[in-house]
Design a protein around this ligand. Structure first.
Ligand code: FAD
Length: 311
């Protein structure tokens, strides 16, 4: 039989949102557990040169997140990265989180499980990741001022990224394997920019370079032509996968698989909060993840105070 353990707060995910929530919950003396099924730090764990997190001129993702982890642990939050969650029941009171080894009963659950960005399905992707292959224009676009940039993808996210990157690019290629799906306004804006070349029905076949990305090889499916483009960086926007599989029978999800919750991070279930990139919102950055973690934790404390008053 699995051991049953009560917690004030269980936080699912130890990225920036989850660890910030843990820091605040710990500091409010709430009995707090963070469950992580991958790498502590989430998406930012391996990123280099973060230059837009206030308070740091430039910081490595691993160093930034290790500091937040230390802060959370110093305030008493416990982080368990080895016990995987098998099942959650969020509509019960208390809420139940069953892991491989234990059953946690929690008054509050903060879901901070983030998302994964779909990677370019090429063997060289790993070699050039962060060295010319990027997934976040708001994060890394600035490094390509005056350079030749490519964007991969054809949905709204890709076309919006391309429009944004034209502020830096000397020349920009938008490369997509079929036709554009982005809204008319964004497409028109992109097409009107003379720096931009749109390459549709085009597959990216290879990435090349010595230490950094220098070229992409593309295949024009209509003409059958293979071309090599000299570029400095490519921003990949071919979709994201929010980590919400575990919650799909408990919470209504958006069409894109995210958790609908407003700025207060409250979901449709009282005592269940969604924080960070897993929450449906427009801007997904470290600062907004930290802001969500803060909000969720502070409102969790209010929720708990009320819950204890009525008991
Ligand atoms: C390469 C890269 C560079 C970036 N650079 C910047 C930058 O310079 N500046 C900036 O502001 N933003 C940057 N971002 C965006 C930023 O990293 C994210 O917005 C932020 O990290 C989101 O944090 P999060 O905690 O919401 O989610 P995540 O970082 O996705 O963390 C979620 C965590 O939850 C865990 N998890 C998922 N499912 C479960 C489960 N079932 N059980 C337990 N744990 C689970 C995951 O393993 C993960 O650790 C970058 C993103 C990438 C990919």
């Amino acid at each position: 039989m699995k051991e049953r353990i009560h917690k004030d707060v269980v936080i699912i995910g130890a990225g920036m949102a989850g660890l910030t929530a843990a820091l605040y919950c710990g500091r409010m003396n709430l009995d707090t557990l963070v469950l992580e099924n991958g790498l502590i730090g989430g998406q930012i764990a391996n990123a280099t040169d973060i230059e837009n997190y206030p308070g740091f001129v430039s910081v490595k993702g691993g160093d930034l997140i290790a500091t937040v982890q230390t802060q959370a642990e110093n305030f008493g939050a416990v982080i368990d990265e080895f016990d995987e969650i098998e099942k959650v029941s969020l509509k019960t009171s208390p809420k139940i989180i069953e892991t491989q080894e234990k059953i946690y009963e929690a008054d509050v659950v903060i879901i901070a499980s983030g998302m994964n960005r779909r990677k370019l399905p090429l063997p060289e992707e790993k070699k050039f990741s962060g060295r010319g292959v990027h997934y976040c224009e708001l994060c890394d676009g600035h490094a390509y001022d005056g350079k030749i940039i490519a964007v991969a993808g054809g949905g709204n996210a890709a076309v919006d990224a391309a429009n944004f990157l034209t502020k830096y690019a000397k020349k920009l290629y938008l490369i997509h394997r079929s036709e554009l799906r982005a809204d008319d306004f964004s497409q028109k804006r992109l097409r009107a920019n003379e720096k931009v070349t749109i390459m549709l029905q085009t597959d990216i076949k290879a990435l090349r370079g010595d230490k950094r990305l220098e070229e992409v090889e593309v295949f024009d499916k209509k003409s059958g032509e293979v071309k090599t483009l000299s570029i400095d960086g490519i921003f990949v926007n071919i979709g994201v996968e929010p980590n919400t599989q575990l919650f799909k029978d408990e919470l209504t999800l958006t069409a894109g698989g995210r958790i609908p919750a407003g700025e207060d991070c409250k979901t449709e279930i009282a005592g269940v909060f969604a924080a960070g990139d897993v929450r449906e919102k427009e801007i997904r950055q470290l600062t907004t993840a930290a802001a969500d973690g803060t909000t969720a934790a502070l409102l969790a404390e209010k929720y708990l105070a009320k819950l204890h008053e009525t008991k």
